[in-house]
Design a protein around this ligand. Structure first.
Ligand code: ZN
Length: 245
């Protein structure tokens, strides 16, 4: 493939410009279990942690070269391969936060030219396409509130970082059984309401029907909102859900 710029929300290169030289493929002959990244104009860069976690690997292997693995809160693992010899900045057991420098991009192991091979394992050690994690449409944490906020941000196309802000609030729309009942945000609302204990919301089916209205009313009652079963900014239900009051 040709070099492709990726507008990442979650960086793994410190300078923040990410160009993909090889994408994730699991079905064709050239099985590639991660994506290859370089900086702008093929420059190298510091490699940073995509999300908080614990370092579980920091060593050399013949194929991976110098590499680091981080285990995240949801037990997914991010992997950073082919780092430069002598550049590893973390050791096994270190607790790192998002953005911590792990090492420097290199050409060690089975690599042709300096690049970062970035990969993600799920909690069963099955490779996942890492691109949605870089784009912020999937996240490496099981903090339900942060996940909910990230999903809301992705639904309304604001900066996806799991931290509620007024830009996101401004973009929210009215959701009810009558208006926007099939908006993509509905399934995230259903999942989060169920997590909060409003189990009457029913299955996560993406449709705001009578059960959804009931759960919203219950939430509004518990949080001293206007109880109308409609999710708007005007009745402060969105603010309450996003903890922006
Ligand atoms: Zn690769």
């Amino acid at each position: 493939m040709s070099i492709k710029f990726i507008d990442v929300k979650e960086a793994v290169l410190k300078k923040g410009k990410h160009y993909m030289t090889s994408d994730y493929k699991t079905r064709n002959k050239r099985n590639h279990n991660g994506i290859d990244l370089i900086g702008e104009n093929r420059t190298t860069d510091d490699v940073i942690a995509i999300e908080d976690g614990e370092v579980i690997t920091s060593k050399y292997s013949q194929t991976a070269g110098y590499y680091v693995e981080i285990k995240h809160q949801n037990n997914y693992i991010s992997r950073y391969l082919h780092l430069k010899k002598g550049s590893l900045k973390v050791k096994v057991g270190d607790i790192v936060t998002k953005g911590t420098i792990l090492g420097y991009m290199g050409n060690t192991g089975n690599s042709n030219g300096a690049h970062l091979h970035f990969a993600i394992y799920d909690n069963k050690r099955v490779f996942q396409d890492p691109l949605p994690y870089l784009l912020g449409t999937k996240i490496l944490t099981n903090d339900p509130f942060k996940e909910f906020v990230s999903n809301v941000e992705a639904s309304f196309q604001t900066k996806v970082d799991g931290i509620p802000d007024f830009e996101t609030l401004d973009k929210t729309i009215t959701v009810s059984a009558r208006i926007n009942r099939k908006h993509p945000v509905v399934k995230h609302l259903q999942k989060y309401l169920a997590y909060l204990g409003y189990t009457e919301v029913g299955p996560v089916d993406g449709i705001a029907g009578p059960k959804f209205t009931q759960a919203i009313k219950h939430f509004q009652t518990d949080n001293n909102c206007v109880v109308d079963g409609i999710l708007t900014k005007k009745n402060k239900t969105w603010q309450t859900l996003l903890k922006l009051l």
